[in-house]
Design a protein around this ligand. Structure first.
Ligand code: V55
Ligand code: FE
Length: 482
């Protein structure tokens, strides 16, 4: 490759320079003591462009999916990293250059680009013996959970007829069922949504197809014992705009934050729509549950368009200092006639990438794990302007008491999304370990840190030293050893 990556914030610096490194590192250096009880794999995926962007610029979300697996066993950790060998990646490798134009806009692709436009770059989740690498614009790719070899597009043996599949499916802890959905389910710009419940052994148990009032991004969703809740972010899709080489999404400041509430075993005529305030961005779901006839959904909400790369029609994007996110609770009362909903703050800290104790997904719960930004903490200006998605604290948040406590790692450090690992199979909720990647901006290194969830401010019990920098990523999962 003779072309360099462009010197743009999306492709430069310690956090966003492409890595492109596939690797096998056996028995990583561990500083501190890794509890031997941590046994299983931490998987995560990062957008990591194989080639410089065809158009000379691109957004972070459009990079090729690179999966990292950290295998924990008897107090040791080994690392494996592989690209998801998508049709899109393999076409690029054949041609020796990027063939893909704007994010989720096939009208801007080179004719030699693969028909399947997905990068499979947003999350990985183990289900029914395979590791699914997912992006919300297509069906998942399946990978071998040990070798990370790409097995191919996963349509659940032909049972899933949707064009797309969420990157935020959930596993019901009671049954092991995979709960998932699609938006733009019948293709680009279609307002069709579909909900799927798939058994632990891969049978499609139930599906519900319905339409939203317009096509908009539904990035994450929420599940409870009996309901699923779909947050429609005010980022709408217009195929005609895409044909004119415009962006897939456009921010609509006048549209409400919309929610569809659907009985899990229900039908399309049972969908109820709720409207929240306009000009807000519903972020990732921490958790949701039902109690006393009400449905509660907890998620960080940002007061405006956090996705600067999807501007509104007049080109406006809010400057980062004017945006703050807060953990909010949305409460839906299906017995009330009202179709409006107002969020209520659970914590003051700007935070994102929330995770709960997976054993409590959809059930009443208390503990959340987030990465947060504490503006009181110092930031070393030698590192340049604060990068996109900069979180300097790894925190545990009690959603019942509002109390939170966290660990600040330094003035040149930022965290990636954490995961929670229970201390043992029957440990109380939230009792265990919090594992997260920690990027050191100053010296371009990355560690995997392990904290005791009961002693977050004390910092890591173990720091796993990585011999390579890990680019900023999105999501991952913990898969306990079988
Ligand atoms: C998100 C990430 C994506 C995407 C759409 O974090 C939304 C939100 C990594 O790709 O395609
Ligand atoms: Fe996400």
């Amino acid at each position: 490759m003779t072309r360099p990556f462009p010197q743009l914030p999306e492709f430069a610096g310690s956090l966003y320079s492409p890595s492109r490194v596939e690797a096998d590192v056996f028995d990583l250096v561990v500083e501190g003591t890794l509890p031997a009880a941590i046994s299983g794999a931490f998987y995560q995926v990062s957008p990591d462009p194989q080639y410089p962007p065809m158009l000379g610029h691109d957004i972070f979300f459009n990079g090729d999916g690179m999966v990292s697996a950290f295998f924990f066993e008897n107090g040791t950790v080994s690392l494996r990293r592989r690209y998801v060998k998508t049709a899109r990646l393999m076409a690029q490798r054949r041609e020796g250059r990027s063939l893909n134009g704007l994010y989720r806009n096939v009208h801007t692709n080179d004719p030699k680009a693969a028909a399947n436009n997905t990068t499979a770059n947003t999350t990985v989740l183990k289900h029914n013996g395979v590791l699914l690498a997912m992006k919300e614009d297509a069906l998942p790719y399946a990978l071998h959970p040990q070798t990370l070899e790409t097995l191919g597009v996963h349509d659940f043996d032909g049972q899933i007829k949707s064009h797309t599949f969420t990157a935020h499916p959930k596993i019901d802890p009671a049954t092991g069922n995979l709960l998932a959905f699609s938006y733009e389910a019948k293709g680009d710009g279609t307002p069709d949504l579909a909900y799927f419940e798939i058994s632990a052994t891969g049978q499609l148990l139930h599906e519900i197809w319905f339409q939203a009032p317009y096509a908009a991004m539904v990035h994450d969703f929420a599940v409870t014992e009996h309901h699923v809740i779909f947050p429609l972010i005010p980022l709408t899709v217009d195929v005609e705009r895409m044909k004119r080489a415009g962006p897939h999404f456009e921010w609509q400041p006048d549209l409400p934050q919309l929610f569809a509430v659907v009985p899990r075993r229900g039908a399309s005529d049972e969908v109820r729509w709720f409207k929240g305030p306009a000009n807000g961005f519903q972020g990732h779901t921490l958790n949701a549950f039902e109690a006393h006839g009400l449905i509660h959904v907890d998620m960080p909400v940002t007061c405006g368009n956090i996705f600067y790369f999807f501007p509104q029609a007049d080109g406006f994007v809010p400057s980062p200092e004017t945006l703050s996110s807060q953990m909010m609770r949305w409460t839906f009362d299906l017995s009330a006639a009202s179709n409006t909903v107002e969020p209520c703050a659970l914590s003051e800290w700007p935070c994102e990438f929330p995770r709960c104790d997976d054993r409590y997904i959809g059930r009443p719960y208390e503990h959340g794990f987030v990465i947060a930004f504490d503006p009181q903490r110092p930031y070393n200006p030698a590192n340049g302007p604060m990068p996109f998605q900069f979180f300097n604290v790894l925190a545990r948040l009690n959603v019942r008491t509002g109390h939170s406590e966290g660990w600040f790692a330094g003035d040149s450090e930022c965290f990636q999304e954490p995961i929670f690992v229970p201390r043992c199979a029957d440990a109380p909720e939230g009792d265990g370990y919090v594992i997260a990647l920690l990027n050191h901006i100053g010296d371009c290194t990355t560690e995997l840190v392990v904290l005791d969830s009961q002693h977050m401010p004390d910092g890591p019990v173990a720091r796993i030293k990585l011999p390579l920098r890990i680019r900023m990523s999105l999501h991952g999962c913990w898969a306990p050893a079988d």
